[in-house]
Design a protein around this ligand. Structure first.
Ligand code: PHE
Length: 339
């Protein structure tokens, strides 16, 4: 009997299991109510008294080994399922990658740039931190000029003035300083104005400004270019130019497009007129050309500038300009399908 018990202990020590069912079968086989141990203990009753001590000890070892084995295997298997929970099912197909959306400001900027690039405009960029010359003086806005108040400025340093550009016209000055006509360039970028933040205005916004300089550029060229742009951008082909004032252009105009009065929203955004102002423009003032080293007797040109936010708000019917900067994914995700 002693031999039998020792062989069983060996068997138990060698046993391994890979599933909970196998462990349970093992438990029943050894420790169950009709199991091997039960049988052996029954047999033990008939053992000769002189052998009882030795065999009794061996039987206890057998029972302990079996019980320990069961616990050990159970623990091991539980650990395994825990690991599975951490890493998931490694054979499962991968999750589709979450694609982000382009920001509506980028979508509209790209569209504007693309429309002008089709008629030969390139893209120019410049610094957001500007000096007084490029943001004001070169643009025919000398010191103390009252029109400087039109653009509430964030100053970084005073005397000499360093500031956050209030428009990307500064890029056009830099471009003229470094390139000879003919010039056809659009300058997209971020601009800054010290304004109260509301649903319609923000202290940071984006512009695209355009500049065309060559021999014999006329106001008719400007109007035709803007008409082309509004057709491509909005699908609307009626525009009007209202006389206006900018220090860097003469004559200057504000561009309205006829949006229509078909829906309630049309009424709201056009204030019942059907017309919508979308940008400023004009013929580049001869002083500006001179300041940038271009001879105004030989060359003329036009310039225009528009706010990207305003156009994006019109196109996507966005009611509040602040939504562009809050990065709320519920807002941003709506632009997934637009490229
Ligand atoms: N720079 C002007 C602005 O920021 C826009 C503009 C550009 C007007 C070019 C006329 C010509 O308001």
């Amino acid at each position: 009997m002693l031999n039998k018990v020792n062989t069983l202990i060996k068997e138990i020590n060698n046993f391994t299991a890979s599933t909970k069912e196998e462990v349970e079968q093992f438990r029943i086989k050894f420790l169950g109510s009709k199991g091997i141990l039960k049988e052996l203990f029954n047999e033990f009753k008939t053992v000769d008294n002189s052998l009882k001590k030795e065999i009794g000890q061996a039987l206890n070892t057998l029972r302990k080994t079996a019980a320990e084995k069961v616990n050990e295997l159970k623990e091991k298997l539980e650990e395994k399922t825990e690991q599975k929970a951490i890493y998931g099912d490694l054979t499962r197909p991968a999750e589709p990658i979450e694609l982000g959306a382009r920001h509506p400001i980028s979508i509209v900027k790209n569209k504007i740039v693309e429309i002008f690039s089709r008629i030969g405009f390139n893209v120019s960029e410049g610094p957001e931190i500007e000096d007084d010359w490029h943001n004001f003086t070169a643009l025919n806005l000398p010191e103390h000029h009252p029109a400087r108040d039109m653009q509430d400025t964030f100053f970084i340093e005073k005397n000499p003035d360093i500031l956050l550009r209030t428009h990307t016209s500064s890029v056009q000055v830099r471009y003229m300083e470094n390139h000879k006509p003919p010039i056809r360039t659009v300058s997209p970028g971020r601009v800054f104005r010290n304004e109260d933040i509301s649903a319609r205005a923000h202290c940071i916004f984006h512009q695209v400004e355009g500049l065309y300089i060559d021999k014999d550029v006329s106001f008719a060229d400007l109007k035709q270019t803007l008409l082309y742009f509004t057709k491509e951008m909005f699908g609307k082909s009626k525009i009007r130019l209202r006389p206006s004032y900018f220090p860097f252009t003469e004559p200057s105009a504000e561009v309205d497009i006829y949006w229509g009065l078909e829906t309630e929203v049309d009424y709201k955004i056009t204030k019942g007129t059907g017309w919508l102002e979308i940008m400023g423009c004009g013929m580049v003032d001869p002083n500006v050309l001179k300041n940038a080293g271009i001879d105004p007797n030989e060359y003329s040109g036009f310039a225009f500038g528009m706010g990207i936010e305003r156009i994006a708000m019109l196109l996507y019917q966005i009611p509040d300009i602040r939504m562009f900067y809050e990065n709320d994914t519920r807002f941003l995700e709506q632009f997934k399908s637009v490229l």
